[in-house]
Design a protein. Sequence first.
Length: 335
Amino acid sequence: MRADRLLSLLLLLQNRGRMTAPELAAELEVSVRTVYRDVEALGASGVPVLADRGPAGGYRLADGYRTRLTGLTDVQAGSLFLAGAPGPARELGLGAELAAAQLKLQAALPAALAERARTIQDRFHLDAPAWFRDADPVPHLARIAQAVWDQRVLHTHYRRWGGEVHRALHPLGLVLKGGIWYLVARAVDSADSTESAEAVESVDSVRTYRVSRFLAVDTAADAFERPAGFELAAYWGESTRRLDAVLHQQTADLRLSPRGQRLLPMRFGAAGVRALEAAGPADAEGWVRIRLPVESEAVAVGDLLRLGTDAEVLGPPELRSALAGTVAALAARYR
């Protein structure tokens, strides 16, 4: 571990130039005293580390010195695919590996390309979670990720809408969607065929599980074989299309004010955007008619109320009646 840390320290000085001991300690997640000892060890091994004193001082490498000792480990190389998502990389237990891999990659690049990479990192940032929502707690994510990588059976305790279940799973892949982690896995015991918004079963018993709902996870010693021809991206695309068909089983006819037209994409996402694109012509007051896919009546009432007085439900009659009843009950309560 110390050899890895010494290499990281060397690459930090090579890539960033002069750095103080506290700055190095923060990057390496060690004490300042450890940095002092590591600098001495680098100097003893022949690396020309210079110490500049004064307010603008710090450690730096002698002019012209560069190391090419930058070989990536397997884990570090794999972590580079998460370079645009440092938060998820940390959740997967790869934060330190990603940082080390990026340092090594920068050291191996020609000076102009390395500077461009640093500029991109300074000016572009990916923040995966949605606004105004705390990230799911995922204490078992790193263990699940390791089981996915090693193709090891997982014995799990899972909380779903209908209660809790113990199940052995073959973990096939992890997906980060809107800041939420999902596990795609084959259930070893597929006797339970309950479908829900969090676990939609396909014909071959591959399902989707929300990682934050795992209450306990144990990795078994035995391995499993991945299904022949299984592709994670293809499964996820088909799964989301199937879930959308399950959820959106009816269509609401609406009138929307100009303000309601601005609110619709924020409240209903892609479905709202598509509905507006197919909207009819605006009337004299700027209102338009649209057809919007909605979920069950109870869910649709709550969703449509978020548009307030900027929307009017024209049909179906049952949905209009349910919305009117809810509005009347609210009026009575606040009268």
